[in-house]
Design a protein around this ligand. Structure first.
Ligand code: SAH
Length: 245
């Protein structure tokens, strides 16, 4: 069994117009090994093959912050990024690795997962990332997080309007929420519009792309915050999923 991640510089270059440097590549490999090890005790991910890990965890995480194949420019300038429902650290940990001047907050409601991520951050010496055990509905109402972040990321946490309610309250007006999806349809865009509007946002763009190894379809939704989110959002724990906007 080989446990080396592929080093596919050419694909990084073609798809994201970027390549990891040696230190970043080494951290990707370390992250992969730590997750394989952590998986023996915790149910972190079913994605363990090197190529699949590279594509579905590393590449996919970074594709989301590279609309039009360009990394969101504010990431370079010390942006505050929050990842809601980060699980084993996706997309937030790869983002922290590639954007060392950004400040990344990794949030999950499961303490075990956050304990695991704390270990990753310390072994990778990722000083630009911190963790919080909390539900999105709670930190969205906390003063130190509400409307304090430039970018909010969310992948595989719930339906799109739930993701919008979890993320938009956390970002500053002018900031961006990135919702990572598999499939997406025009009807879903229409349904999402009303929720996003109530939360003070607008759908800025939706990108469809194909993953570079297995040719799977993915979408990223980019929501721009254009107004302050009304105080009643996010609603109390459980309500966003029970009664999606
Ligand atoms: N984003 C990761 C993990 C997705 S699994 C990835 O794409 O690989 C969903 C994660 O969201 C779980 O770890 C779960 O604990 C967390 N979660 C679900 N609802 C949440 C909420 N309301 N607030 C914070 N975390 C939540």
């Amino acid at each position: 069994m080989t446990n080396s991640l592929p080093e596919i510089a050419k694909i990084w270059q073609q798809t994201l117009n970027w390549q990891p440097n040696d230190a970043q590549q080494a951290r990707f490999q370390q992250l992969y090994e730590l997750i394989l090890e952590g998986n023996r005790q915790l149910n972190l991910t079913r994605i363990t093959e090197p190529q699949e890990f590279w594509e579905k965890h590393l590449w996919d995480s970074l594709r989301g912050i590279a609309p039009q194949q360009k990394f969101i420019s504010s990431l370079e300038a010390g942006a505050s990024v929050i990842d809601i429902g980060t699980g084993a650290g996706f997309p937030g940990v790869p983002v922290a690795i590639v954007a060392p001047s950004s400040k990344v907050t990794l949030v999950d409601s499961t303490r075990k997962k956050i304990t695991f991520i704390d270990k990753i951050l310390s072994e990778l010496s990722l000083n630009n990332a911190t963790t919080v055990v909390a539900r999105a509905e709670e930190i969205g109402q906390q003063q130190q997080h509400r409307e304090k972040h430039d970018i909010a990321l969310i992948r595989a946490v719930g339906n799109a309007s739930v993701c919008a309610e979890y993320t938009l309250p956390l970002i500053k007006p002018g900031g961006l929420a990135v919702i990572y999806r598999g499939t997406w349809t025009e009807e879903e865009t229409i349904a999402l519009q009303n929720a996003v509007q109530q939360l003070g946002g607008e759908i800025e763009s939706i990108e469809q792309f194909v993953t570079p190894l297995s040719n799977s379809i993915r979408h990223c939704l980019y929501l721009r915050k254009i107004a302050t989110t009304p105080a009643k959002f996010p609603r109390v724990v459980g309500v966003p999923t029970q009664k999606p906007l």
